[in-house]
Design a binder for this molecule. Structure first.
Ligand code: OOG
Ligand code: MG
Length: 265
């Protein structure tokens, strides 16, 4: 860990990000004011943010990996994956109407979600251990929303902003990884009946379980583990697409079924 920020600066940046997240008012990326901040500084801010939300009564339900596919890395101009935490207030039911109130510029991504049967920890967890520890996988839509103006950021800033986490929706059909191969699942995303993106799960680091393994390794560096029962989003397969009220989004996954949501004012 190379934390260079003072505890005071971490507290100040946590407060700045938390206000942007809760008011839905965009802020400049943090590196504009702190050009020397490191990725570990970003995680220090993210961990302070997590602590703040947990102390306010939010329950953590899992973690997400992000920037794990080429499409996402190219779209955001960042070439290193990152992680963020997920709490119960971010979960929305499938087939529900999702209000964009409080969101700045929401975008949708289709992802394979993992639910863990066993805890994973350590610096060298790999694909086989992830698959072995997985209870089941299910299809998900993540609604991301960068708190930075113009959805423009660098890795340091986006890590502090909890990986742009906003909302997520799991659904479809849960399947065991012994029954379907999580590596070769096709997905088609439709907005208002039009196909807007398509891909296959292998786009996520060659195998989405590898993104979960990387997440466990990053957690290890932060002194954390991935608890049993966690929901893990393994990262957008295709580029993220902007949504506005009135939009109807369906992610159609091979073998895992569909996840459908609607956006309203
Ligand atoms: C960062 C979050 C990336 C994913 O699935 O790649 C992410 C961003 O693009 O704003 O959630
Ligand atoms: Mg995502």
């Amino acid at each position: 860990m190379t934390v260079t920020l003072t505890p005071q600066d971490i507290a100040l940046l946590r407060e700045r990000v938390e206000r942007a997240q809760t008011t839905g008012v965009a802020i400049p990326k943090l590196t504009d004011d702190y050009p020397d901040m490191t990725i570990d500084d970003g995680y220090a801010v993210q961990m302070a943010l997590r602590q703040s939300y947990l102390s306010q009564g939010q329950r953590q339900v899992g973690w997400k990996a992000g920037l794990t596919s080429k499409a996402k890395m190219e779209q955001m101009g960042v070439s290193v994956p990152s992680i963020g935490f997920l709490t119960h207030t971010m979960a929305r039911p499938e087939n529900s109407a999702i209000s964009v109130k409080g969101l700045i510029h929401p975008r949708v991504e289709c992802e394979v979600a993992f639910v863990m049967a066993r805890e994973l920890s350590g610096p060298s967890v790999g694909r086989a251990e992830v698959l072995e520890a997985t209870d089941y996988i299910l299809p998900a839509i993540e609604i991301i929303d960068s708190r930075f103006s113009g959805f423009k950021f660098d890795l340091e800033s986006v890590v502090a902003d909890n990986g742009s986490s906003a909302l997520f929706v799991g659904g479809g059909r849960a399947r065991r990884t012994t029954d379907v191969d999580p590596r070769t699942l096709g997905v088609v995303m439709e907005i208002n009946g039009e196909i807007v993106a398509m891909g296959a799960s292998a786009a996520v680091m060659g195998h989405p379980a590898d993104a979960v393994a990387l997440l466990v390794q990053i957690l290890h560096g932060l002194g954390e583990t991935l608890p049993a029962g966690s929901l893990v989003l393994s990262g957008g397969i295709t580029a993220a697409l902007p949504v506005t009220p009135g939009d109807h989004v369906i992610a159609r996954f091979q073998d895992l079924g569909d996840v459908s949501i609607r956006f309203v004012e």
